[in-house]
Design a protein around this ligand. Sequence first.
Ligand SMILES: NC(=O)C1=CN([C@@H]2O[C@H](COP(=O)(O)OP(=O)(O)OC[C@H]3O[C@@H](n4cnc5c(N)ncnc54)[C@H](O)[C@@H]3O)[C@@H](O)[C@H]2O)C=CC1
Ligand SMILES: CC(=O)C(=O)O
Ligand SMILES: [Mg+2]
Length: 571
Amino acid sequence: MRPFRPTEHGKTIETTLRGKDLLSCPMLNKGVAFTLEERRELGLTGLLPPVVMTIEEQVKRVYEQLQNQPDPLHKNIALNDLFHRNVVLFYRLLNEHLNEMLPIAYTPTVGQAIQAYSHEYHRPGGVYLSINEPEEIERAIQNVRDSAGEIDLIVATDSESILGIGDWGIGGINISIGKLAVYTAAAGIDPSRVLAVVLDVGTDNAKLLEDPLYMGNRHARVRGERYERFIDRFIQAAVRTFPDVLLHWEDLGSVNARQILNKYAGSLLTFNDDIQGTGAVALAAVQSACRLTNTPLTGQRVLIFGAGSAGIGIADQICAAMQQQGLTRAEALRRFWAYDRRGLLTESTENVLDYQLPYVRPDAECREWNRNEAGVIPLLEVVRQVKPTILIGTSGVAGAFSELIVREMARHVERPVILPMSNPTALAEAVPADLLAWTEGRALIATGSPFEPAELNGVHYEIAQSNNALVFPGLGLGAIVVKAKRLTPGMFSAASDAIAAFVAQQEELALLPRVDDLRAVSLAVAAAVANQAIAEGMAGDVPQDVEAAIHSAVWPCEYKPIKAMPEPVTV
Ligand SMILES: NC(=O)C1=CN([C@@H]2O[C@H](COP(=O)(O)OP(=O)(O)OC[C@H]3O[C@@H](n4cnc5c(N)ncnc54)[C@H](O)[C@@H]3O)[C@@H](O)[C@H]2O)C=CC1
Ligand SMILES: CC(=O)C(=O)O
Ligand SMILES: [Mg+2]
């Protein structure tokens, strides 16, 4: 039973809630923006200060309150509290100050909020599923259905590989919550129809296991068959309860991430954001770089530093695009070098993971290359030998792109394309100001977390953000609008093309659109994905006018008149 329902084609809302119960319902609460008439009708008289304010005035107040917080983490906590009081006001604040709020609700500050979760906890958000009680999964999902109604989108994590900060157990719920905030802020996904999930399978983080206040399962991460059964039970319960749901996977460990994708993406509407969303945004940045440097994609030499979920996800999409532009798969693969914590992946690297295998280089190629005492070929030597045109960082290793490495790269290429994509900010492989200084301003840069503009010799450089936030909101909206049955490689490449086309319309030397344009980009991505789904026969609904359908699906971030409804409703 949901205590409210839209009426008059969504223009007004009816509710059975009254008084304090209404003020405690974040989807309906307007605080002092309730009109006097609404207050009388809904049992609110005397329960609010007498003034009636506009949402604009409320935004000013909550913005001021946020400014008074001592640091970004406390701003994140205050934002979360606001979300739990008044969802419309939360999103209005986000929309009006997107550049300032995104780094607080999302990367980098969400990383701190995840780490501090068990200490800064105020109230639950989303659904917590425990591997020790798999038999409760169905009941938990049904509880969501009973209290919130239909769900279009689930973001689920098991928290093994949160951003670049590793295993954060139960606190990972905050990455699901942060991603959902971006979905709504960027693409207007209806926040009453989404669900954040954390799959608590234990943690290997000793700090959490020893923390008396830790709120998750206090044992090592469960792996193998029991983990797989747990995931399967969750997926089955989710799709049985919400048959059209889009299931977004976030920040799983790379082995599970790939296994889940391989097992379910062919039969369900699901995707892995770190692998596929990141691949699409990086491909868009690379397409822009090719346009700006007037060089073909098929001629690039790509060095991936950090060959995990994101790194190989990126390689896969750039490789597929090279094939679309005429290379054979073998020719395209020869243009990639993948480096992980063991060094360059070659035929003699042991235990190369399945998904890394295509990128393994022949031993013969690097037999003569310099090695360190441990027998590892340093990144600098790979750069010297390979002369990459594109260097991508998805390692979570702060400062890995040293001055020597960057200068070496810049000796061989006029406009080195360098994407230090690791999050949060402190883990970036290099900072833009250094990259510009070491390349005399020649580097084309995009970072994973936001960076301030840089100055060099009086020239001002805006720094593009290469984050999957440019992809997943529009992808989700497009998929939901046409009731897509699956998310195919074609839809990710359509998303990527839409982003690259968006930048191409602008006069700047940017690799990616600015955060200010996130809403417009997301709508363009949504249209491209929806059209591609239709073209591939993957759409359950084919609207007459796709763009109009997308615009009308956008959740309007505004207060609606609320009226009293006598009886509870079943949805
Ligand atoms: N900008 C964006 O949109 C995204 C950025 N990322 C970032 O990419 C980073 C990696 O994330 P995932 O791929 O999910 O993690 P992952 O754990 O799947 O991959 C990390 C990779 O880095 C390698 N690595 C670790 N230490 C290394 C070292 N010292 N030298 C060379 N390689 C090393 C590992 O061997 C592994 O292959 C994180 O910092 C994350 O925030 C991830 C997804 C999206
Ligand atoms: C952005 C993102 O998904 C990550 O850093 O993991
Ligand atoms: Mg991620």
